[in-house]
Design a protein around this ligand. Sequence first.
Ligand SMILES: Cc1cc2nc3c(=O)[nH]c(=O)nc-3n(C[C@H](O)[C@H](O)[C@H](O)COP(=O)(O)OP(=O)(O)OC[C@H]3O[C@@H](n4cnc5c(N)ncnc54)[C@H](O)[C@@H]3O)c2cc1C
Length: 382
Amino acid sequence: MSAKVRVIVVGGGAIGLASAWALSRRGAAVTVLERFGHVHDRGSHSGHTRVIRQAYHEGSSYVPMIQQSDREWQALGRRAGDELLVRSGLLLFGPADDPELRAAIDTCNRCQLPYSLHEGAEARERWPVRMPDDWRACFDPSGGYLRVGPCMDAMAHEARAAGAVLRHGVKVEALELGAEPSVRLADGERLHADRIVVAAGAWLPQLCPTLLPGRLVRLRRILAWSSPAPEHHAALAAMPVWGAFLPEGFFYGFPYGSEGIVGLKVAVHTSAAQARLAEPIDPDTVDRRAHPEDLEPLRRVLAEHLPAGRGPFDATHACLYTCTPSWDFVIDRLPGEPRVIAAGGMSGHGFKFAPAIGIHVAELLLDEAPPRPGLGVAAHAG
Ligand SMILES: Cc1cc2nc3c(=O)[nH]c(=O)nc-3n(C[C@H](O)[C@H](O)[C@H](O)COP(=O)(O)OP(=O)(O)OC[C@H]3O[C@@H](n4cnc5c(N)ncnc54)[C@H](O)[C@@H]3O)c2cc1C
């Protein structure tokens, strides 16, 4: 396909920017349409930081894509003169027989990642975490966190430098897929292109109703920042990002810091004990306030497993997951419409992959490549 292919990218969040970045570097004429601003708090990238980890309990097939993204984030950071990836290390812990902890260790072994295992007592000595003696901790030195704002600034900067046009405050109402594909904007304007990428995060099902119909579920998640006592700040700042496979669910957190908000950030990914975590939401009407029932489990996890991190939750924030049935991603052509690529269903773990996903979107679109095996569920799965 010609280098002058015109591409509209719907959505200027993590995946839309990564797609625009990759496409424009390959010579496409890209226009990004974002209904809100650049880096905002209404979608799925808010909350200032995102974990990057290779000891992936979701499966070793993700690791090559994480490693590709890790290299891209580092190179982008060097060019931007900014630290995008903070390599704090990653500490996973839980009961020794927890299947997800075992899956993470299995990924380390299969992918020959440089990890270390620690019995509960040894982990308590080394980090400010609390766990019984018969629990285990897996330390992955390659883990860390990404600084969301600088990552997105850097992708936007390089996309613009390669000719991409980024428009904000522009809402796409619908795709119109006639002889020449176009998008209809909220003010009635129509914009035409050769190809369209839909990276609309939690709004993807509205724009692409034929994509896994009824099977992309939007969920609400609350992030909270505690204010621990000052005498614990240094130890908490020096700790790795952590993930706890607890009997009540998977909780995670970040070192104490000041990225966006001063405090110790903690959250829950999944918990069967909290019915609300599985309740589908609408991104336009979702309850964005944090309630006591959101915060109590986080308070309990800090009390039991990171007591130095206890303190009032001075800041909270609601963020949105868009989940596929398997919690893998969907990056594919729309069923029956090869001119449109959908990149979404990031299922609460997509940010770290953004560079690799952007590159793959460009391959799908410019090279007419097949969807990459292991990259997620197919749009044509039903
Ligand atoms: C609480 C929480 C914690 C997470 N933690 C991690 C983590 O630690 N590590 C990790 O890798 N991932 C994590 N994730 C997942 C990751 O942040 C998301 O997968 C990623 O941000 C999704 O990017 P996106 O581009 O699909 O969505 P978004 O970043 O939300 O972007 C979609 C964009 O499309 C725009 N848009 C929507 N509809 C329209 C329209 N009609 N017209 C124009 N624009 C439109 C939206 O305004 C939005 O800006 C987490 C997510 C949440 C919510």
